[in-house]
Design a binder for this molecule. Structure first.
Ligand code: HEM
Length: 479
């Protein structure tokens, strides 16, 4: 039988009809995260196993030689159909769903805007937005336990990304408990998560019937239209001037004058973007630009509250580099320990679970000798590699930023992949690292996070589109 059976000699757990391995693994009903599930399967079945994410059969690969092979053979390992097919249900024309010539057309308008030299001028903007969060915390009593750190981080990263990519004030700190957009985005992400484990036809019906999804999508679309209209107020010369530095100017200035003529051209000949493509790119970047980075910031705050020693060392480094009062772009490069902390947060708790690739032809993995066939779907699970003692000198189960100054400084690069790898790796990684560094440095200039108690600050994992800490409860003490 083609569906819902183990195929070939690759080990795995015989799947259930319709649910695949999602119930057996605890992903559904026990609410385990994909990090936990892939780790358990690896310890049971070894480095390469098959797993059924509902109707999708995936081959999960957890050794660095095979992973390196996957990422360095882009002609064989293309963007994963599992991502393409599922994202297409709500973001048909967005970068993540595209391959080949269409991907290139979209990528040429977006990727250059997230290179380091384009990001650095946003230093003051990030500081100003972080100060809004600090002033919100200042008005709370000092022993208050903040249980909504995840939401506060989302508000901050969304505010920054709105200005940085869209020149638009998303006002996420105005009435932040009930901010319409952050709430709609949260509802949207939570309601699309089950789609990743459902057959396509069931997903379509579910999305049509889900009032929460429909409501969230309407609110988000209204914002997206406002962002585009706000940009269109500018005259075309001004937009053209800004298109090399601003995502929204780049997208809007690429709008096709004659969509009908462009539509009949071959993909290779097409120029610019049609309205639907611009709409989907704005929506996708809105999601990609804040959700993962705010998850990483939430993990930092949780882990910092558990490791006061790490906070003290960041503060000492700020002091040594004369950044206790003033923070400037010039000082940022000298904060080497802070870089190690950020890398360790991304290693210890990667916000995403894996990269997905689909084979365009048959291939054999060099280390495990696994035979794969065209159309197979492979996944590279980030946490399996990041916590594998074969690839780390210092116990990978320890949260220990100093590892990157000493024994693990020259770690295996394919063991640390929070942004994926190869030709479809994250295009926002320089931006995410820069934002995290500026925000954390600013926060550590002013506050110390305290552990709110064993229950409210118990950590754990909660799976949605990203993997957040399940329980975060911290105090915020101004120094
Ligand atoms: C800590 C923050 C972030 C993490 C952990 C993260 C992680 C990832 C991962 C794992 C992928 C898939 C890579 C692969 O398949 O190998 C990805 C793709 C992507 N990310 Fe990020 N990301 C972050 C921040 C951002 C930001 C700030 C942006 C905004 C520009 C962004 C934009 C994208 C885009 C557009 C893609 C799709 C690339 C493609 O399909 O070729 N990400 N990200």
């Amino acid at each position: 039988m083609k569906y819902f059976t183990l195929r070939g000699p690759i080990p795995g757990l015989s799947p259930h009809y319709f649910f695949g391995n999602t119930i057996q693994s605890g992903l559904v009903l026990k609410d385990l995260s994909l990090h936990e599930v892939y780790r358990t399967f690896k310890s049971r079945f070894g480095d390469v196993f098959q797993f059924w994410l509902g109707p999708w059969r995936v081959i999960v690969v957890s050794n660095i030689i095979d992973v390196q092979h996957i990422y360095t053979h882009r002609n064989i390992y293309e963007q994963g159909d599992i991502l393409v097919e599922q994202f297409k249900l709500f973001l048909y024309d967005a970068l993540i769903c595209l391959k080949g010539a269409k991907f290139k057309r979209h990528a040429s308008l977006t990727i250059p805007l997230f290179r380091r030299n384009k990001i650095i001028p946003n230093f003051d903007l990030i500081i100003d937005c972080t100060d809004k969060l600090l002033s919100q915390w200042r008005s709370a009593p000092s022993n208050h336990i903040h249980l909504d750190i995840g939401q506060q981080c989302r508000n901050l990263l969304l505010l920054i990304f709105g200005f940085l990519a869209f020149d638009y004030d998303l006002k996420t700190f105005d009435n932040s408990d009930h901010n319409e957009l952050t709430r709609a985005l949260k509802d949207f992400l939570e309601s699309i998560y089950p789609v990743f484990f459902l057959p396509k036809v069931v997903s379509i019906i579910y999305l049509r019937l889900s009032r929460r999804y429909q409501r969230a999508r309407t609110v988000i679309q209204q914002y997206v239209y406002r962002i585009i209209d706000h940009e269109l107020i500018d005259c075309s010369e001004t937009i053209a001037e800004r298109k090399r530095t601003s995502l929204i100017a780049s997208l809007v200035s690429a709008l096709q004058n004659d969509e009908k003529t462009e539509m009949i051209k071959s993909e290779e000949e097409k120029k610019g973007l049609n309205r639907s493509e611009v709409l989907h790119e704005v929506l996708f970047f809105l999601l990609a630009g804040y959700e993962t980075t705010s998850t990483a910031l939430t993990w930092f705050i949780h882990l910092a509250s558990k490791h006061p020693r790490v906070q003290q060392k960041i503060k000492a480094e700020l002091l040594e580099n004369n950044c206790k009062e003033d923070l400037s772009l010039e000082h940022l490069d000298s904060l080497g320990y802070l870089d190690c902390v950020i890398t360790e947060v991304l290693r210890f708790c990667p916000p995403g679970d894996s990269s997905a690739r689909t084979l365009t032809m048959d291939d054999r993995l060099p280390e495990s000798g696994t035979q794969l066939y065209a159309g197979d779907e492979v996944l590279v699970p980030f946490m399996n590699l990041a916590r594998d003692p074969r690839y780390w000198s210092i116990d990978p189960e320890l949260f220990y930023p100093e590892r990157f100054l000493g024994e693990d400084k020259n770690h295996q690069s394919y063991a640390l992949l929070p942004f994926g790898g190869g030709h479809r790796q994250c295009i926002g990684q320089d931006l995410a690292r820069f934002e995290l560094k500026v925000i954390i440095a600013r926060l550590m200039q002013h506050v110390t996070f305290g552990d709110g108690g064993p229950e409210v600050n118990a950590g754990g994992f909660v799976q949605t589109v990203t993997i957040m800490p399940k329980h975060v409860g911290v105090t915020v003490q101004f120094d």
